[in-house]
Ligand binder design. Sequence first.
Ligand code: ADP
Ligand code: TRP
Length: 338
Amino acid sequence: MFEKKTILTGVKPTGTPHLGNYLGAIRPAIRLGHEALAAGGRHYMFIADYHAINAEKDPAVLNQKLREIACIYLAGGLDPAKSIFYRQSDIAEIPEITTILYAYTPKGFMNKAHAYKAAVDKNREAGKPDDDGINMGLYTYPTLMAADILTYDTDIVPVGKDQVQHVEIARDIAGAINAHYGKELLHLPEYFVDNNVAVVPGVDGRKMSKSYGNVIPLFEDDKAIKKAIFSIKTDSRPMEEPKDPEEILVYEIYKAIATPAQLQEMGDGLRQGKLGYGHIKNMLLDAVIAEVSEARDKYNYYLAHFDEVEGMLEDGAAKARPVARATLKRLKDAVFGN
Ligand code: ADP
Ligand code: TRP
């Protein structure tokens, strides 16, 4: 499906990624990038730091989150020699292109955009005025995201369900511009939602999320991972009592990481009353550590040698910039009749 296609992935550097982010977003994005490259396509992977400043104002925190996310992608196998890996704020053409897109962005689109609507709903629930604490960066978020996408003639944007609407907005803005100037100035992108990617539950059974404080950490030491796994909710039934694995949270989390054979083993052991909660937690712990240990070493290496990563990001920006410049020129020529 990626035959000679351009795939673009953006990630906001907010929060320290947890196992759910890794299994649900980071690892699949890297895989898709590899598939696109293998099929003769291009893969852009960038860190959306301009998107992050809407919510995070502390430079030290922003800097730390950017470092973490960059190192996590590299640790997860992103190859900066093949994927174009850059920082959004290094491409000055992006905000310029955003400004042009604004002229074709109906305000109504922004009123309906998820990120803004969610913020308004939260204010209403708290009995505050609708726009309390909402800045223009958050309000116009989808137009900047449209620029991220349209700048590189992206064919496919892999996203989670919550981001589908934003890709549709990018498509609509591009369509409006093309229709106005009567030519394909901007390539219409499509979204791709990978339905095989599971939502990983957290230690309390709700979706694993930093906002619920129920996460299994990713690149912390074994002790911290163990502590989180051993805090997963269980009941007091004895080991011998046969159990339906589908009712057991440890098993649900294991699904996201285990091979089919491993999953079968845990399922059989629970059904037959041969595995207790301590056993299955240890099985999950082993699987998590096996999955992350090599990546964790790489992660720690890159964090400690961030100057190398900085160099990679600069090289990536140098590859992205000429494409962005060409798109900006195409747009300005059309808009100003040059
Ligand atoms: P959080 O809920 O911890 O704040 P984000 O909303 O920042 O996480 O999500 C970042 C990315 O990770 C998104 O693409 C999202 O779909 C994915 N993701 C987050 N939590 C999970 C989870 N529990 N299972 C699978 N994917 C997840
Ligand atoms: N809005 C995305 C998110 O919150 C991040 C993002 C910014 C993005 N620009 C993008 C994703 C362009 C894909 C393409 O996760």
